[in-house]
Design a protein around this ligand. Structure first.
Ligand SMILES: *Cc1c(COP(=O)(O)O)cnc(C)c1O
Length: 396
């Protein structure tokens, strides 16, 4: 089909031409004497994305899942207790990974549509007077359901109780899109991947590690080799890597970080907020429900839309793809067939969001879902126009 394909899955996200062009370079010698001149400033600048001064950024060839594994393997010992909550496919898979590593996971099951249950975290941590819980897991943005959770709230609980557990955050679909503050929130390991907020191809696990996590690593007994933070930090300090880095992707990361910092993180977050608001306005106007069960859970990077009773969300997704070259995210696991997901993260603007919403309307209309064609797009136009006006007023 002629024209662009619409990529509106919540990762991989759309890749800017500047990022693509940054990778159009000859392969390079990662042991060259001038390689550190590229690596050292790059790692320093990625720290700004995590909002950390005291943390260490580590970049692996890999994906977000590798980042999860690094967090666990570097800091914990077999049988250690960790506190987690499950409310979607990704929070579930992180727990599965912990279990496969032989950890004792207390995984609180939550309705898919809500997020980290702060009250239950508080109760569990309060009851843990012996400090058996070594780490607390938070999926900041559950990509399967479009639910965002309150990381700062978990930090407050740990501080209130004087509980020394480490705080691990899955920020794969939130970092570089939604506010994240490594130092202020006292996060010990934050995990991200390259193909979501960083607007790059898949292929890098990007993590940020606190001094406290490194300290825990000195006595942690889980086996690790590829992901060993110590090997990486030792080489990184000189501007090198313990094994062949994905240098071409690091060139892309350089362009990505430049773009994010040039736009300004606050503007990046505000843009995601504005565009997400347009998608939510459209969902309302269609008379459909957001899988996230209330505004406190709304995600600014992905919206999971519940289709009406009697419809299969996969029909909407297939129709969108087969007839209109529009990729939407599917429902995973418990919400399979019940939701389709609109990814609105990364390199995205108003008209791209309207394109996605228009495509969703076409597909929903084709499969017979009842709504007034144009209602969602119209609501999004009103939302974006108003939000844009407010933004311009504020800038004056
Ligand atoms: C995409 C995603 C992952 C998995 O990352 P991969 O890069 O696919 O390994 C983990 N957690 C969340 C929240 C995600 O969105």
């Amino acid at each position: 089909m002629p024209g662009f394909k619409g990529l509106y899955v919540p990762g991989p996200s759309n890749m800017p031409f500047r990022v693509r062009q940054a990778m159009d370079v000859a392969l390079e010698d990662h042991r060259a004497p001038d390689f550190p001149q590229f690596i050292l400033p790059l790692l320093a600048d990625v720290k700004k994305i995590f909002k950390t001064e005291t943390g260490h950024v580590i970049v692996y060839p890999g994906s977000g899942t590798g980042g999860w594994e690094s967090a666990i393997a570097n800091t914990l010992s077999p049988g250690n207790k960790v506190l987690a909550s499950v409310f979607g496919q990704f929070s579930m898979l992180w727990v599965d990974l912990c279990q496969r590593f032989g950890l004792d996971v207390d995984a609180i099951q939550v309705d898919w549509g809500k997020g980290v249950p702060l009250d239950q975290y508080r109760a569990k941590l309060d009851a843990d007077k012996q400090h058996a819980i070594k780490a607390v897991l938070v999926t900041q943005n559950e990509t399967a359901t479009g639910v965002a959770s309150d990381v700062a709230g978990v930090r407050r609980i740990l501080d209130d109780l004087g509980h020394p557990a480490m705080l691990f955050v899955d920020g794969v679909s939130s970092i570089a899109c939604i506010d994240f503050r490594m130092d202020e929130w006292g996060v010990d390991v934050a995990v991200c991947g390259s193909q979501k907020g960083f607007m790059m191809p898949t292929g890098l696990a990007i993590v940020c590690v606190s001094e406290k996590a490194l300290k825990a690593g000195e006595t942690a007994k889980l086996p690790r080799c590829f992901f060993d933070y110590r090997d990486m930090l030792k080489s990184n300090a000189q501007g090198y890597f313990p094994y062949t880095p994905a240098a071409t992707l690091l060139r892309a990361l350089r362009a990505s970080v430049d773009m994010l910092l040039e736009e300004g993180l606050d503007n990046v977050f505000a843009r995601h907020r504005r565009l997400a608001g347009a998608v939510r306005a459209a969902v309302d106007a269609w008379g459909l429900r957001n899988c996230a069960q209330g505004p406190e859970w709304y995600s600014d990077t992905v919206t999971a839309v519940l289709v009406p009773e009697g419809f299969d969300a996969n029909d909407v997704i297939k129709t969108a793809y087969n007839r209109y070259d529009l990729s939407l995210g599917g429902g995973l696991n418990k919400v399979a067939g019940k939701v389709f997901r609109i990814g609105h993260l990364g390199w995205l603007n108003e008209i791209m969001v309207l394109q996605a919403l228009g495509g969703v309307e076409l597909a929903m209309h084709d499969v017979g879902i009842k709504f007034e064609p144009g209602a969602g797009v119209g609501a999004a136009v009103r939302h974006l126009s108003k939000a844009g006006e407010a933004m311009r007023m504020a800038a004056e």
